[in-house]
Ligand binder design. Sequence first.
Ligand SMILES: Cc1ncc(COP(=O)(O)O)c(C=O)c1O
Length: 391
Amino acid sequence: MCEFIVNPYYKALPDWMNQGNAFQNDDILKFHRSLDGYEATKVHTLDGLAKKLGLKSIYVKDESTRFGVKSFKPLGASYTIYRFLKERWEKEFKTEFSVFDFKKPLKMSELGMFTFCAATDGNHGRAVAWTARMLNQKAVIYMPKATVKSRINNIKNEGAEVVLIDGTFDDCVKRVDADARANGWIVISDTAYRGYMYYPQYIMAGYSTIFREMDNSINNQFHCKADVVILQAGVGGLAAAATWYYTKKYGKNRPKLICLEPVKADAFMESVKNGKPTESKQNFDSIMAGLNCGVSLLAWDYICEGVNYMMTVSDDYAEKAMRQYYHPIGNDPQIISGESGASGLAGLLALMENNDMAKYREEIGLNSKSSVLLINSEGDTDPDNFKKVVK
Ligand SMILES: Cc1ncc(COP(=O)(O)O)c(C=O)c1O
């Protein structure tokens, strides 16, 4: 069943708040805006569902339409590959490489051919492959053998080579790292681990675009319209980006942040219980495939001091949430949401509908006066299972 704990390491003003980091780069949104097909994703308001659950409002930032890739992940992969190319260019040619130089065929041909590689449960690898294809570069993506066919095909359809590994996402991370060293490939990993701590900062920084896009709507200058934000975590990059953004913007007045994971992949929950990054004892076989991961060492720092609560949710709630999004109440819009995408709503349903959760609702302050922001982080990235679940 679902678990909920108050984060004992929470600080109203975390130590990292005034440290320089990649989140502060002023080219992030500018870079994304320069890409073909860029459009800020929508924020939906679900008044019907809010009323049913006894809340004031529910907002959903809908990443299912991002760049036609059906998840928020291209924001991280593309920005990181841009930063990689920028560093290479500026080191070699001693002239500036701006966001507008990304994709310039002449500059790419002077830089030469690269093979970008990554481990993935689906969406990050697809995003790396999508970026490589945009640049006419190569991508090799490592995935757990048990990954459903459609997620593997999504990556092959971007022109990448897929290598299937008999193991978990974290086994893929180790294998791709070793093979990249042997082959001279460039690892674009969303998770940070010992020996690989540099590029994941740009992946997380890329995700900050999601929150910056709401600067004048949900995230008003002096007041956030959301009292609570639920952040699903795989390696923790998305949750870290949100934690940085809200802390930097509102300090101790930031909304209450909940870091949410599947019961079957509870690495952040375990880590908070242990006070340090810790492996989950679970099997990583949640249907919330994008969340079947261990802890990124870079994301950990932000999440550990920045979020208020840790929560786990079971797969049946994820399916319930997918159906809820697909069959809206009253005038609420229909939202297409995959297993990991719907996990934020899964957590909210578990909190609001479950008598055992009453004390946590009270602790958070979830009531008829509160507004909640959810991130629909993916669309139907596994269309076969999606159809089965929502029918
Ligand atoms: C759809 C979806 N949502 C959320 C996440 C979690 O993001 P992160 O791994 O940055 O914590 C992922 C990760 O792959 C994902 O694919």
